[in-house]
Design a protein around this ligand. Structure first.
Ligand code: GAR
Length: 193
């Protein structure tokens, strides 16, 4: 059994889709949801999905082993970021080499980096007059949005689009691809062990 932990800072709609995707899988499960935001709606979703959830703060993440200890306690094998706002610290990256992946709501290397999160990304895409955007799924290293890209998918941006409609299109791409890409990465990495 491969046990996934999902980190999310906000609504958690991706966390929900990913959890549901693995519900009938007897090899892979979402075992834990973690958030740095005690008010995040993802905590409500975790409750409804019957997945244990844990909250931590930025200081605990950066300066202590609390989060790593929680992952070990829950025997987590693989970490998925889904709308997670904070930088993943070195101790986690080292403990999970090539075992942490993130989704970014644009076509990296464009529109990535610190502070490029959620709607800010879609606003920047619109202001730059881009004709397309999309999603980038990538391995996580200790810099924002710079790890090796695993998968990208694109959608058009029209003149009529607003940052909100772009966000909707991108979310649909995320729901369509992220659970499946997570499954492939896990299955391939098991084969390569
Ligand atoms: C998603 O679109 C995700 O790609 C993005 O935040 C949104 C979270 O939505 N992540 C980033 O911007 C990371 N830099 P959700 O909470 O409903 O899954």
């Amino acid at each position: 059994m491969t046990r996934i932990a999902i980190f999310a800072s906000g609504s958690g709609s991706n966390a929900e889709k990913i959890t549901q995707h693995f519900e009938n899988n007897d090899q892979i499960e979402v075992s834990l949801i973690l958030t740095n935001n005690p008010k995040a709606y993802v905590l409500e979703r975790a409750k409804n999905l019957h997945v244990p959830a844990v909250t931590f703060n930025r200081d605990e993440l950066r300066n202590t082993n609390k989060v790593l200890d929680i992952l070990k306690e829950h025997q987590i094998d693989f970490v998925v970021l889904a709308g997670f706002l904070l930088l993943v610290p070195e101790n986690l990256v080292e403990a999970y080499p090539d075992r942490i992946i993130n989704i970014h709501p644009a076509l990296l290397p464009k529109f990535g980096g610190k502070g490029m999160y959620g709607d800010k990304v879609h606003q920047a895409v619109k202001s730059a007059g881009e004709l397309e955007t999309g999603i980038s799924i990538h391995y996580v290293n200790n810099k924002y949005d710079e790890g090796e890209i695993i998968f990208q998918a694109k959608c058009p941006v029209t003149e009529e689009d607003t940052p909100e409609t772009v966000a909707d299109k991108v979310h649909q791409l995320e729901y369509q691809h992220y659970p499946q890409v997570i499954e492939s990465v896990i299955n391939n990495s098991i084969k390569n062990l």
